[in-house]
Design a protein. Sequence first.
Length: 135
Amino acid sequence: MRNLLFIFILVLPFLSSSTAFSQTKTLPKTEQEIKTLLCHKWKLTAMEAKGQKVELPPDMGNSLLLFKNDGTLVETDEGKDYQGKWTYNHITMTLTTNDKDGIEKQKIVRISEVELIIKSKWQEMTMNLIMKRVD
């Protein structure tokens, strides 16, 4: 997934149109509701930073995250699977992952049956990673 983030950073300055990101939907109320929604397979489909959204072209490969009920995860990047672990803090709405990229904390912006949006940082740039459920 780091490769896709790098490409996004390179493309961002060349974008001319701005897309506003609406956050009108609220998160589910209980910790268990969020964990239940989270435990699925998610595909990265777009990234957004500085008010600009970039859809990932289909030929950029599949970046997938599978969150399992037992706190483990499988990240698929460029056809390779990487094992890791995840935790969720309901007070801060933070998802913490520990995988090949080390420990990362992302804030859950929105989660539903079909969409997961997390706010993440990469090389001091904050961006939203937009994922669609694929299972």
